[in-house]
Write a protein that binds this ligand. Structure first.
Ligand code: AMP
Length: 285
C-alpha cells in the first residue's frame, strides 16, 4: 500500500534531540521544526510528523493513531502495548536497575525478596521481579525515586540508570540490572503492507548502522597484507588496491567504531601507514 506515513516523535525530554537529529541525518527532516510545533511533515518524504510525549507513543502506535513512532523500549514494556519493534536506534541507552542504600546487606536482586521497592516503572519492575521469582511490595512513586529509601518509603528502588551518578549522589548502590533499554522505532503490530514504513525503517537503519562504523584506509607492504587483513572484521572482505609505489597496497575496510581503539596500535605494529578513519553517512548491508 502506498500512502502517507504518520510518525510520532518525542516532543520533549531526553529522546527529543537525538530523534530529531536522526531524522535530519536521514534526510527526512521536519519542515517546520520548533519548540511549539505539534504537527509537521517531512521535506523529502511522504511522512507526517506528530510531536507527543515519549510515554504516549506506544499507545498512539498500538491504537493506530499513527503508523510508527520513536520511543524507549522500557516505555513499551511499561505501557504493556502491543507494538512491533522495527529498529533499535542506538541512542537513549539505559538500564532498569535495582538499588539499595550503601549500608544495606543486599548484593543481588534476589535479596530483595519480601522487601518494599519504590519505582516509577511499576509494571515492568513487577514483571522482571516475578520472572526471577522475587516477591516484593512495589511502592509507586511519580518521581525522585532515589530519595524513597531515605524517606522511609521503601527499602530499595528500581529505576532507569545510564551513568550511575544519580545513584551514587543519593548514597545508593546497584544490586543488578533487570532490563536493558534504548530508543526504538515501533510500528503497529501486524501492519506489514505499508511500503513507506518499510522504506522509513531501511533509511533510518542505514544511518544507525553507519554511525556505528568507520571507513578505514591504510597503506601496507604486500608481504604484511595477510597480517593486516587478519585484524579486520571477517564480515565484508576488505578492498585491496595496488599503489604507484611497487610492493605497497592500500587497504580499505568498514570497521566497528568501537574497535578503532583496539585496532590502530595493531595496524601500526604491522607496519601500516597513512591510516585514515572516516565517518560513514549511510550503510545498507
Ligand atoms: P523523558 O522522561 O521524556 O526524558 O524520557 C525518558 C526516556 O529516556 C526513558 O523512558 C528511557 O527510554 C530514556 N532514558 C535514557 N537514559 C535515561 C535515564 N538515565 N533515566 C531515565 N530515562 C532514560
Amino acid at each position: 500500500m502506498n500512502r502517507r506515513l504518520t510518525l510520532a516523535l518525542p516532543s520533549k525530554g531526553r529522546l527529543r534531540e537525538p530523534s530529531w537529529s536522526l531524522l535530519e541525518a536521514s534526510g527526512v527532516s521536519p519542515q517546520e521544526p520548533g519548540e511549539r510545533v505539534l504537527q509537521s511533515h517531512c521535506r523529502n518524504a511522504d511522512i507526517d510528523l506528530l510531536f507527543v510525549r515519549a510515554d504516549d507513543v506506544p499507545e498512539y502506535v498500538q491504537d493506530g493513531v499513527v503508523d510508527c513512532g520513536i520511543t524507549g523500549l522500557d516505555l513499551i514494556h511499561e505501557r504493556e502495548c502491543d507494538v512491533e519493534v522495527l529498529l533499535r536506534l542506538g541512542f537513549g541507552s539505559c538500564s532498569l536497575q535495582a538499588a539499595v542504600p550503601m549500608e544495606d546487606d543486599a548484593t543481588r536482586i534476589e535479596d530483595l525478596d519480601g522487601r518494599r521497592i519504590a519505582t516509577s516503572h511499576p509494571n515492568i519492575a513487577a514483571k522482571m521481579l516475578a520472572d526471577r521469582g522475587v516477591k516484593a511490595e512495589i511502592v509507586r512513586v511519580a518521581g525522585s525515586v532515589e530519595i524513597s529509601p531515605r524517606l522511609g518509603l521503601a527499602d530499595a528502588i528500581i529505576d532507569l540508570v545510564s551513568t550511575g551518578s544519580t545513584l551514587r549522589t543519593n548514597g545508593l548502590r546497584s544490586v543488578g540490572v533487570l532490563f536493558e533499554s534504548e530508543a526504538v522505532l515501533v510500528g503497529r503490530a501486524g501492519s506489514v503492507d505499508h511500503e513507506a514504513r518499510r522504506i522509513l525503517t531501511m533509511v533510518l537503519g542505514s544511518v544507525v548502522n553507519a554511525r556505528a562504523n568507520r571507513y578505514l584506509l591504510c597503506n601496507v607492504s604486500k608481504d604484511r597484507l595477510k597480517e593486516v587483513t587478519a585484524l579486520l572484521p571477517t564480515s565484508g572482505s576488505p578492498t585491496v588496491m595496488d599503489l604507484a609505489t611497487p610492493g605497497v597496497v592500500a587497504v580499505h575496510a568498514l570497521v566497528p567504531a568501537a574497535d578503532i581503539w583496539r585496532l590502530l596500535p595493531k595496524l601500526e605494529a604491522c607496519g601500516a601507514s597513512s591510516i585514515l578513519t572516516l565517518p560513514v553517512e549511510r550503510m545498507v548491508p
